[in-house]
Design a protein around this ligand. Structure first.
Ligand code: ADP
Ligand code: MG
Length: 618
């Protein structure tokens, strides 16, 4: 009997699709990157219904010859890398030849493309990766790719999509990042038929911000630049007076690629110390240029994390550039209000002249604070998070979601739900196991070797979310509530909420005082179910009261426990088999043992235990 199958290229593409294409936003990112690589200076992004029914990217780039158009959707088809020697000097956004294959495997595609100078264009239509038709057609130079019905042939993945609203938000975020990443390219973004923004592509990121965020926003940005022998920084940071209640407007680009970076975040925020209200965060759009060798982009197309070889140099460059921009503004306002001071704007003014109370800032003075800040966890967590990040725990409304029965999951066919999840980890991490089923919509039964494992799905999921939140090296993502919630508390709690507003903001809660000891909650952590907001909030208020004396980290941990609990699937809910599978994997691989409150996530019965129970042995 054979147990090992070589996957067909088609199945392999569908699995790869899970890595490259998580949601509509990732499709947008990949396609826009292709347009950028094709040298386009004008790109239009259109989406409908959050991108799940349609995404269309139109560019005026190089276009493709009919031959290339035919093979572009094959796995490992790339024009950007020829052999392993090219790997060190990649300057294009893509090079693995995976994106088109992966996207086409899980959607319906219509592409028209015409090579610059060619007489005719080519139209290719694909369904689930198979070419349906290919013909000559008339079209402008460049390429238009329309992706329809994403995940239509992988229903389980489609179910992992969040609400249309959150997919739209994520798609818009991606469009914004693409647009800001390349101010020299004009980007037009159209959402459900209406124009959201249109950047001019004049090379100045301030024009881009003006087009995207509006005049008021752009007017409050300060130009910022600086460099040392390793790094150069340019872009804009917000005037201290225009800082905001969250980090939503912090954009960093490394070599024109959008990145997340707690290091850069800390560097910018440090520059605002003493000039910004507590609980506020600067907005910024900063471009870091660094030699390709000095940064490890981890050569994975979906990663936005980078590792700088010389972190201190990068930190210093950003810190000093931001600080100089703030000081320059102070200086300008000083000189307008007190002309007699006769100071000339200059980049070289020392910090001490503006911050008499804190004295000059030396590199050493801020470094230790940065080391001590929570951001330090970014150092060791990336490996762990790579494993965790893709775990698709978007169990939106599982209790009402269409029921997935366990029937298709008989012992003879345990694989259907497995490929995607197994693909995430190296197979050695997860010992082989068999899903037996779920009982009472609460407990998952798993057999591994000669053991029966019973898993509490809520406790298990809670732990996974908690671990992810805890190791997350950035603020927790927030979701804006459709209907803001107003909570009235006693005076003591209201004061505590205000005192902890920075912490709450970092954890994804957006709230403002609303007078008379009330607060209005506008946003909550992205994972949390909206129906749980009030309950979660009450719990958190109680925790703040109970733990007011403990240190910040402990308060944070307690709040995260509540968030994890309210974001986890609940006992009694219907849960998709795939989701159960991911939970079972986490337990079997011994990644998790206890829920954040210390309860076990699973109980184990050995054959011996059962034999004893049935008096087969004594
Ligand atoms: P990669 O970008 O890693 O090479 P993709 O699967 O994203 O892989 O694209 C495969 C190939 O298709 C690219 O190498 C490029 O030659 C071609 N291609 C894709 N999109 C475009 C486009 N918008 N314009 C021109 N060529 C394109
Ligand atoms: Mg690509």
């Amino acid at each position: 009997m054979t147990n090992i199958n070589i996957l067909s290229p088609h199945v392999a593409d569908m699995i790869a699709a899970g890595e490259v294409v998580e949601r509509p936003a990732s499709v947008i990112k990949e396609l826009v990157e292709n347009s950028i690589d094709a040298g386009a200076d004008s790109i239009t992004i259109e989406i409908k219904n959050g991108g799940s029914s349609m995404i269309r990217i139109t560019d005026n780039g190089s276009g493709m010859s009919p031959e290339d158009a035919g093979i572009a959707f094959m796995r490992h088809a790339t024009s950007k890398l020829h052999d392993e020697y090219g790997l060190d000097s990649i300057s294009t956004m893509g090079f693995r030849g995976e994106a088109l294959a992966a996207i086409s495997a899980v959607s319906r595609i219509d592409m028209v493309t015409r090579e610059q100078g060619a007489e005719q264009g080519t139209r290719v239509v694909l369904e689930a990766g198979d070419i349906q038709s290919m013909e000559e057609c008339g079209c402008p130079y460049g390429t238009t790719i329309t992706v329809r019905d994403l995940f239509y042939n992988t229903p389980a993945r489609r179910k992992f999509l969040k609400t249309e609203r959150s997919e739209t938000t994520a798609s818009t975020q991606t469009a914004v990042r693409c647009a800001l990443s390349r101010p020299d390219i004009s980007i037009h973004y159209i959402k459900d038929g209406s124009e959201e923004f249109f950047t001019p592509g004049d090379g100045d990121s301030l024009s881009g911000m003006y087009a995207i965020f509006g005049r008021d926003f752009a007017n409050k940005m300060l130009s910022c630049s600086g460099s040392n022998d390793k790094v150069s920084v340019r872009g804009y940071v917000s005037s201290p007076a225009a800082c905001r209640g969250n980090r939503a407007y912090q954009y960093f680009f490394c070599n024109n690629r959008y990145i997340r970076s707690p290091l850069l975040q800390a560097a910018v925020e440090q520059a605002y110390e003493n000039s910004m209200l507590v609980g506020h965060y600067p907005a910024c759009c900063l471009y870091i240029d660094i030699s390709y060798g000095a940064v490890d982009v981890n050569v994975h197309p979906t990663k936005t994390e980078v590792k700088f070889m010389e972190e201190k140099k990068v930190f210093d460059a950003v810190y000093h550039a931001a600080l100089a921009a703030i000081q320059k503004e102070n200086l300008l306002s000083v000189s307008t209000t007190a002309p007699s001071a006769a100071v000339q704007p200059s980049e070289t003014v020392s910090a001490s002249s503006f911050r008499p109370s804190s004295g000059a800032v030396s590199a050493d003075a801020f470094r230790p604070r940065y080391e001590d800040s929570p951001a330090r966890s970014y150092r060791n967590t990336s490996a762990a998070r790579e494993e965790e990040a893709p775990v698709p725990f978007a169990f939106s409304g599982s209790q009402t979601a269409e029921q997935t029965s366990m029937d298709g999951f008989s012992p003879a066919a345990p694989q259907p739900a497995a490929p995607e999840t197994q693909n995430k980890r190296s197979s050695s991490d997860v010992p082989p196991f068999r899903m037996v089923g779920e009982v009472m919509n609460t407990y998952i039964l798993v057999q591994q070797d000669e053991k029966l494992i019973i898993i509490d799905k809520h406790a298990c999921h809670e732990r996974i979310i908690f671990d992810r939140l805890l190791t997350e090296d950035r603020s927790v993502m927030s979701q804006i509530l459709m209907v803001p919630v107003i909570v009235k508390t006693d005076e003591e709690t209201a004061t505590l909420l205000e005192e902890n507003s920075a912490l709450l903001a970092e954890l994804g809660f957006e709230l403002e005082p609303y007078g008379d000891n009330s607060h209005i909650i506008r946003g909550v952590p992205a994972d949390m179910y909206e129906s749980d907001v009030t309950a979660a909030f009450e719990e958190i208020c109680q925790q703040l009261k109970d733990h007011r004396t403990v240190d910040l980290e402990a308060r944070k941990t307690n709040i995260l426990k509540t968030v994890a609990c309210k974001a986890a699937i609940k006992a009694g809910w219907k849960t998709d088999v795939r989701e159960l599978f991911v939970l079972a994997e986490a337990v079997v691989s011994q990644q998790i043992k206890y829920c954040p409150h210390g309860r076990p996530v699973a109980v184990v019965y050995t054959r011996e235990d059962l034999d004893k129970e049935f008096k087969r042995i004594v």
